[in-house]
Design a protein. Structure first.
Length: 89
């Protein structure tokens, strides 16, 4: 089918064949259609990456929340004002 989009070619290694077999179990309506199965696998893989990224961000924010306010009294009152006195105007 004509297209202006870039095409990609992959070799069906043992790992790719196993992934296609697993995909055919998940999407039996696409069994025997490697192109459709590959698109499904790519979509699921992308969602998994996005979910993983979100989990990392959530974990980092939770870590940050744990330490916020954990060092009271570290700086004496007026510390920031004193520090700024040395800054050029």
């Amino acid at each position: 089918m004509p297209t202006t989009r870039q095409r990609h070619v992959i070799t069906e290694t043992e790992d790719v064949a196993a992934a296609l077999a697993d995909a055919a179990k998940a999407w039996p309506e696409a069994k025997g259609n490697a192109n459709t199965l590959i698109r499904h696998l790519i979509e699921v893989g992308r969602r998994a990456l996005l979910d993983q990224e979100s989990a990392v961000i959530e974990r980092r924010l939770a870590d940050f929340d744990q330490v916020v306010g954990s060092l009271p009294g570290l700086y004496e009152p007026g510390y920031l004002a004193q520090l700024r006195e040395d800054w050029p105007a």
